[in-house]
Structures are given as C-alpha cells and as structure tokens.
Design a binder for this molecule. Structure first.
Ligand code: UDP
Length: 139
C-alpha cells in the first residue's frame, strides 16, 4: 500500500552541499518526492518537532543543532515508504550504519547524522502535517 513519510535533510548535510546527493539516493531507491522545501527552524519549532524526545539527555543539543542552519524537508511516497526510507537511512549512529545507507555515506556522528525519517506511519502523518499543508503536496 502506498505510504507517505517525512524526510529531513539535516543542517550538517545541507551545509556540506549534500542535498542533491541525498535526494539522488532517495530517488534512486524508488521513493518519490511529492513535496519539498528549505527552511530554518527556530529553537521552539525544533523543540516542538522533537517533543517525544524531551526527557532524553540529548534533547537540548539536538534542538540547537536542528535549528543551527537550513534544513530541507521532503515528503516521500512509495509502497511501504516508512520502512523503505528507514532502511535507506541506516542506523542512528553512523558507526553502526550498513554499507549503502545515507548515514554510512554522509553522517558525521550520532547527532550530526544527516537525515531524519519518520519511525511509523502514525508519526509520519503527524510530522508531515508539522511542515506541509495539503496544498503543498502533489498527487
Ligand atoms: N541523537 C543524539 N544522540 C543520541 C541519540 C540520538 O544526538 O544518543 C539525535 C540524532 O540526531 C537522532 C535524533 O536524535 O537522529 C533522534 O533520535 P532517534 O533515536 O529517534 O534516532 P533516529 O530515528 O533519527 O535514527
């Protein structure tokens, strides 16, 4: 069944001019981009996005990092998109990421790990709505 998931190209990757390289891996894997834009979050907006991680020790650093520069947010569509994109991203810590994954290729460390992807279909719907209105999505 066709699903939609949220992809974020994080500040470390945008800053190193890796947006095109990441999108190439995404598109070559068969995930279709149905919405995309560049923006810079405020610390408050980053905190809202990562609210589920509020109690975690890395929360404040993560929010500071995520609003430290521009990001690219995209909505990806495909059969089984949530899992397919998670597999393509690779493990959170690039030291554990498999060959052929985005994080293996580009992540700098466990925080500056180049990409975000929704972890469930339910969260994907919430995360997509955080950044996009229906008018901004095609198909
Ligand atoms: N993160 C971090 N330190 C950690 C774990 C996670 O800085 O020990 C950051 C990292 O950028 C990660 C994000 O917090 O991508 C969200 O963590 P999660 O466990 O949800 O990993 P993901 O789903 O992104 O692989």
């Amino acid at each position: 069944m066709a699903e939609r998931t949220l992809c974020i190209i994080k500040p470390d990757a945008v800053e190193r001019n890796l947006t095109g390289a990441v999108l190439k891996m995404v598109q070559e894997s068969g995930l279709k981009v149905v919405g995309i834009k560049m923006l810079q979050m405020s610390e408050q907006q980053a905190g809202g996005f990562y609210a589920v991680h509020k109690a975690r020790p890395f929360f404040e650093d993560l929010c500071r990092f995520m609003c430290s520069g521009p990001i690219v947010v995209a909505v990806l569509e495909a059969d089984n998109a949530v899992k397919r994109y998670r597999d393509l991203m690779g493990a959170t810590n690039p030291a554990n990421a498999a060959e052929g994954t985005i994080r293996k290729a580009y992540a700098q460390n466990i925080e500056r790990n180049s990409v975000h992807g929704s972890d469930s279909l339910e969260n994907a719907a919430i995360e997509i709505a955080y950044f996009f209105s229906n008018l901004e999505l095609v198909g």
